[in-house]
Design a protein around this ligand. Structure first.
Ligand SMILES: *[C@@H]1O[C@H](CO)[C@@H](O)[C@H](O)[C@H]1NC(C)=O
Ligand SMILES: *[C@@H]1O[C@H](CO)[C@@H](O)[C@H](O)[C@H]1NC(C)=O
Length: 504
């Protein structure tokens, strides 16, 4: 028909078809422009989508929607750290969300937001074998659908982070386990953000660091030697020099020998008290909370007036290192009526009593022991007893995203040991301010809760997110270096300066 037309009135038709062609070409051009924008640049996207998507980033988002607000983050340190940390991340989720509206609403939506972790299938003697679990059916791992092996209780539990993190990675491979997903196990190490080493080093230290009569070395030493040999021969280790490996050493004495050989890795620690700064430091490593041993205060409807004890302390007396303050404080406080000051660590049978004591106190003292950190801080948080921290060198978990000054009191040791100083300070904190801190404690306590399956915003998720914040720094490649003592220091300097933006 068109042909017929064209033959009869050529002039008009050709003008018409020219118009059609022009329109078609314009449409094509606009379409291609549109798709080009979609596929290449999210900067183009920001231009196109006038309304910024609320879900900029999972880390920021979690924080805002859960319980801490931007304005809750200390402006000088925390806020800046969040913004800088997420600079590289911002574009991808933006793209994901906008694309999600169009067509890719499928399964790979969370791509890039989730930390991808490769975990070595270490023999069970390094992990669940240490809690007397026996491998069955050729797997080095327990079948979580059948039975989850239990971690030994008592004081071992303080450092049980190794167990919770490993369980969470295993669970990420089992469909149907309802868990929060900041991290997922991947089987191809080339696709992983970090490499996880599932060695239960704290339990190993607690249980096997004694040399038995017929042994030359303790099992703890032997396993560390074996681990160093294994790791340094892996292609994953050689590829990065170990910098993308995540090692657990929460007990201050765990990995005592291996730490000086595996130092390029990211350590997850309780504090830096027993580490020289070139082996572990706040730039490279992650501080994780202790698991509290005190019972959580469920449905806490107490208030300032219903908690009779003003100040509570229970702990061991130490003379060495930073611990001298405990003794000084004891003499200053022992005759004060509203103060409970008792020596001796919380043993199994004492947990109930200590729980009751902390649940009925307004303030709980945390004094540096022979290391800067102790599980008392986390016991206090679980008890909603406002922590009074006297430990000049303490490093706190998730410090760049959580402002501790909103629910903790920090006192310099030199001030705390001055006559009357501490009690005057604490008595000056009145009901309103205390209540504000108590409420905040109830909001943040979940960040310190270890559980299986792991849930949104609990300690396991917070630790994975802290590890994720270290990833941008490890992916910067170095020339291969033969590590001598000089290079060790030099490399650390470089890494520290690289990492410093994460904190300041
Ligand atoms: C692992 O991932 C890399 C990079 O994506 C890919 O080139 C390689 O083929 C993968 N290996 C296996 C065994 O799938
Ligand atoms: C806490 O309160 C909830 C709701 O009122 C209740 O179901 C739960 O049993 C309480 N838990 C405890 C330990 O009292």
């Amino acid at each position: 028909m068109a042909e017929k037309h064209s033959s009869s009135s050529l002039g008009i038709i050709s003008r018409k078809s020219m118009l059609c062609l022009f329109l078609f070409a314009s449409a094509l051009f606009m379409l291609s422009w549109f798709f080009l924008l979609r596929s290449t640049s999210s900067a183009g996207f920001i231009g196109l989508s006038l309304l910024p998507h609320p879900k900029l980033n999972p880390f920021i988002d979690n924080g805002n929607s859960a319980s801490w607000n931007r304005k809750d983050v200390e402006p000088s340190i925390g806020n800046r750290a969040i913004l800088v940390d997420n600079e590289g991340e911002e574009e991808k989720p933006q793209k994901k969300d906008d694309l999600g509206d169009v067509k890719c609403s499928g399964s790979d939506n969370n791509y890039k937001q989730v930390l991808k972790i490769f975990m070595y299938d270490l023999p069970s003697e390094f992990h669940f074998g240490l809690i007397d679990w026996k491998p069955q059916g050729g797997s080095v791992w327990p079948d979580l659908r059948a039975k989850v092996p239990e971690y030994p209780g008592g004081l071992n539990l303080q450092h049980s982070i190794e167990y919770w993190l490993t369980l969470d990675l295993l669970a990420s491979e089992v469909p149907g386990i309802p868990r929060a997903g900041s991290a997922v196990r991947v089987r191809n190490s080339s696709e992983a953000d970090v490499i996880f080493v599932p060695f239960f080093s704290s339990l190993c230290y607690n249980r096997y660091s004694k040399v038995n009569p017929h042994q030359k070395k303790s099992k703890d030493k032997l396993l560390q030697e074996k681990l160093v040999k294994f790791l340094t021969s892996q292609k994953e280790w050689k590829r990065s020099g170990g910098r993308d490996h995540v090692l657990l050493a929460h007990h201050p004495n765990s990995m005592l020998d291996a730490r000086v050989k595996l130092w390029p890795a990211i350590f997850i620690l309780a504090d830096f008290g027993r580490y020289p700064p070139n082996i572990a430091n706040v730039g490279k490593d992650v501080i994780a909370p202790y698991k509290h041993v005190i019972r959580s205060y469920v449905n806490d409807s107490s208030n300032f007036d219903s908690r009779p004890t003003l100040l509570y302390f229970q702990g061991a007396i130490y003379r060495k290192d930073g611990g001298f303050a405990r003794q000084e404080l004891f003499y200053l406080l022992k005759d004060e009526k509203e103060v409970h000051f008792q020596f001796g660590s919380v043993q199994k049978d004492g947990v109930g009593k200590a729980s009751q004591g902390m649940h009925s106190s307004k303030f709980c003292l945390n004094i540096a022991g022979d290391t800067p950190s102790s599980n008392r801080l986390f016991d206090a948080i679980a008890s909603h007893c406002v922590p009074v921290i006297i430990s000049d060198d303490i490093e706190l978990p998730y410090e760049n995203v959580l402002d501790y000054s909103q629910f903790c009191i920090f006192v310099r040791t030199s001030d705390a040991v001055r006559e009357k100083f501490l009690l005057n300070l604490i008595r000056s904190i009145k009901k309103d301010e205390w209540t504000r801190m108590w409420k905040r404690l109830k909001e943040v306590e979940n960040f310190f809760e270890f559980q299986y399956p792991s849930r949104e915003g609990d300690a396991v998720q917070m630790i994975w997110q802290a590890v994720a914040r270290k990833v941008p720094a490890i992916s910067v490649t170095f020339e291969p270096v033969i590590y001598g003592p000089h290079e060790v220091l030099l490399l650390e300097k470089v890494r520290n300066s690289m990492n410093s933006h994460c904190r300041f």
